[in-house]
Design a binder for this molecule. Sequence first.
Ligand code: IPM
Ligand code: MG
Length: 400
Amino acid sequence: MVDKQVLETAKEHFGKVLEGQLERVENLKAEGDWTDYGAISPVVIGVLGGDGIGPTITEEAKNVLEYLLREQVDSGKVEFRTIDGLTIENRAEKLQAIPDDVLEEIRKCHVTLKGPTHTPEKGDGWPNIESANVAMRKALDLFANVRPVRIPKEKIDWIIFRENTEDMYAVGSQGINVTPDLAMDFRVITSQGSRRILQLAFDHARRTGKTKVTVVTKANVVKTTDGKFLDIAREVAEDYPDITWDGWYIDIMTAKLLDLERRHEFQVIALPNLYGDILSDEAGQIQGGVGTAGSANIGKQYGMFEAIHGSAPRMVREGRDIYADPSSVMRAGAMMLEHIGYSDLGSRLHKALDVCGQYERKVVMTGRSTGATGREFGEYVMATVQEADLESRWEQYSLT
Ligand code: IPM
Ligand code: MG
């Protein structure tokens, strides 16, 4: 016998979730234009250290960004601003994913460089508040999570466009235990949300001379939401007759990334949030570890740049935090430079990271005392970025 009261409570809960999402769709329809960073002075870069290994790796990235942008800082075109308080201790005390005053400071910056933050999980000792990443992505409408993975030796040059505000993440903290035995979460996919990420992926392909976009879903099983994502992909693709596209299912896609013969054929990959979360960790691992991969979380108004990985509490517990690889946040920093209009500086930093992490490897990190510390690696990158012949060395390496 179905308990009527249980049913009513669940329906009411679902009604509230629906109301919130219907309102969100209306807001999506009224979206503004992209920020023109060239027209802003100073462009304010907020730096948030985060938790665990966050503060140490973010510091290394900040050092090199401050070096690269020294002229812009001197002339008042760029300003760095440190924002405190996005720590698990403060978030737990305020019982907020992002405390109000911290969010207010973040909104005063045009872009932020963010260290990983601890994401509580039921039973881990912290209050089970929403992830700070997820909250920030939603609050600032950072709808695109762009994650490049490059392995020049293998001719791999992937760029993942992960939708960043919908899917299982949209209302991931608003699921319901209908009865002690029945738990339900809700998955959200909208036309507007799908269209903007797919357009960004196709635009990127066109702008960078790529020829193919791969759209990843599980639309054969998850028919309604993934079905919509794929339908919108078909529509968007019509506006890009110069770009070919194909659809893959997430399961075979994860397998294909391990196919040494074919994987270099993928170019631009566009997919809903959770599949993108998983596939980008796999891709990062293939590149040399998630510690080597950075990401851009971008929306029309704001941008947030961070590692693709978490705060590594295990490394901290085992006293290995000084061995954490700062490349991920440095890569994110390079993407930030490109995003705010300093493509040359961004490209320089990417090249220095290629030289240090993939080609020359004079300082090698292992994540433990058998390898270099993050500080040593940071110094290596800083020295490399300053070398006059960096460009030609990088080119030589990339030819061999
Ligand atoms: C990422 C992370 C986050 C996510 C976590 C920390 C909430 O895994 O940026 O990929 O799931 O998006
Ligand atoms: Mg992840």
